[in-house]
Ligand binder design. Structure first.
Ligand code: GAP
Length: 444
């Protein structure tokens, strides 16, 4: 993890938030490459979850949430972790973080045994809306995106005229005042979720739970996380929310252990029923065929953007041996991103920066490719160094403009370039005009 965290900072994937002021724990900023990676992930999720399906529509709800919503959902009462303080080193700990030696609970930091009794700590961030700072102005930063979907269920049903089963998808920020943010971005206080609420008839729930678990596993494979590194945990009855009839956690083998990437839960009709009861507004569905009126059930695949980005980086990180300028073998850091996820798709390099013809040709190629993909132009340093810099950020392809491109050695090679593959390091000579088609095919 140390190498990964350091690469993330060095190359501009992820920085500590407010770093120049000493940072704020559990908060992170994504740099130029991190934001591209994150967007590629979110766009691909949206593409396969919303655009490629007839039965899912999207929405984008507000972050500040009416307290009544979170009272009805159970968050105001119950969205808390048991917390314990160590009186010796003053650490604030989640109860499940204590270590037990010879049957005695101890602080994991200092080994202290002088601990407070557990007390419930609500993880929601509270704020005030408007000028009056009293109880009537309280609102919360949403702890999950899902509630906005439930609350807008009726509006969206009416405008989309969908029939069951159908889903509503949303990507957005969520906030939790985690007691111990840790493992880099894995447990943060501000993060993004990609959530789908897939509404169905009660009798379809269990089958759709299986269906969505499989769909989600396929998704991870399609972004470059191999099936062998993913694990499906069937959440046992005693750990499942009381209203859920079945929950799977999809876990990934992070360097710090096997941890949850996503939860796929069959939440029954709990959420819609709670909001119907609390608001007094009907959230029922009317089935034209059977003339039945009922509150739909829901299956929810809920994934974390930041956790998936972290998994993508961890999975991509590798070191191998490659020859330097003088042919001597050196360690090469490569991020082997799936081309679909790579923040930069293609590097373009004129062999020499002081040759105007080479530079002009390389810039022509940049203009040719830019409408199709993120391209990075680099003319500084030896060509091997430039390849390494792109390998380190996971750019799958490199294009070099050399003297053969100018037709100096063989007129038949005029307007051809070398196309280098990041993983095999093999180079292939291709015509400039074929580049957009060749790259598009290999990238997506
Ligand atoms: N609507 C259901 C829900 O929010 P959850 O298991 O609490 O369920 C879903 O969260 C996903 O959101 C998790 O699987 C994880 O990927 C992400 N997530 C939750 N808490 C997080 C945190 N503190 N930091 C980063 N990601 C988090």
């Amino acid at each position: 993890m140390e190498k990964i965290v350091s690469l993330c900072k060095r190359r501009g994937f992820i920085f500590q938030s407010s770093e120049i002021y000493g940072g704020l724990n559990g908060l992170w900023d994504y740099g130029p490459l991190g934001v591209e990676l994150k967007r590629n992930l979110k766009n691909y999720w949206w593409q396969v979850t919303v655009h490629e399906r007839d039965d899912v529509v999207g929405m984008d709800g507000s972050i500040l949430t009416h307290p009544a919503v979170l009272k009805a959902s159970g968050h105001v009462e119950g969205f808390s972790d048991p917390m314990i303080d160590c009186r010796t080193c003053k650490a604030h700990l989640r109860a499940d973080q204590l270590v037990e030696k010879k049957g005695i609970k101890q602080c994991p930091n200092c080994g202290g045994k002088d601990l407070t009794a557990p007390r419930q700590f609500n993880l929601m961030f509270e704020t005030q809306v408007g000028a009056a700072a009293d109880e009537s102005s309280v609102a919360y930063l949403r702890p999950e995106t899902a509630q906005a979907i439930f609350v807008q269920f009726k509006n969206i049903l009416e405008v989309s005229r969908k029939k069951l089963p159908f889903g509503i998808a949303q990507i957005g920020k969520a906030f939790r005042n985690e007691i111990n943010p840790r493992n880099f971005t894995f447990r943060s206080r501000e993060f993004e979720q990609m959530e789908l609420e897939y509404f169905c008839r009660p009798e379809q729930g269990m089958q759709l739970l299986e269906y969505w678990k499989e769909e989600r596993l396929k998704f991870y494979e399609n972004i470059g996380i191999p099936r062998g590194k993913l694990h499906v945990l069937t959440v046992p009855d005693e750990e499942r929310a009381f209203y859920s009839k079945g929950t799977y956690d999809i876990e990934y083998e992070f360097p710090f252990g096997r941890q949850e990437l996503e939860g796929v839960a069959y939440r029954t009709d709990y959420d819609l029923s709670q909001h119907q009861k609390a608001s007094g507004k009907s959230l029922e569905y009317f089935d034209e065929e059977t003339k039945q009126r009922f509150v739909p059930h829901v299956v929810e695949p809920s994934a974390g953007v930041d956790r998936t980005v972290l998994a993508l980086i961890c999975e991509a990180y590798s070191e191998d041996q490659a020859p330097d300028e003088k042919g001597k073998m050196e360690t090469r850091i490569v991020l082997r991103f799936h081309p679909r996820m790579a923040p930069v798709k293609c590097g373009v390099f004129p062999l020499l920066k002081n040759n105007p013809q080479l530079v002009a040709k390389a810039k022509e190629i940049v203009d040719l490719l830019r409408p199709h993909m993120v391209v990075f132009y680099d003319e500084s340093g030896a060509i091997g160094r430039r390849y390494r810099r792109q390998d380190e950020i996971g750019t799958p392809f490199g294009i070099t403009v050399d003297f053969e491109t100018l037709g100096e050695k063989d007129p038949a090679l005029r307007d051809t370039v070398t196309l280098r593959d990041r993983d095999s390091m093999k180079q292939q000579r291709v015509a400039i005009q074929d580049l957009p088609a060749i790259l598009r095919e290999r990238l997506y």
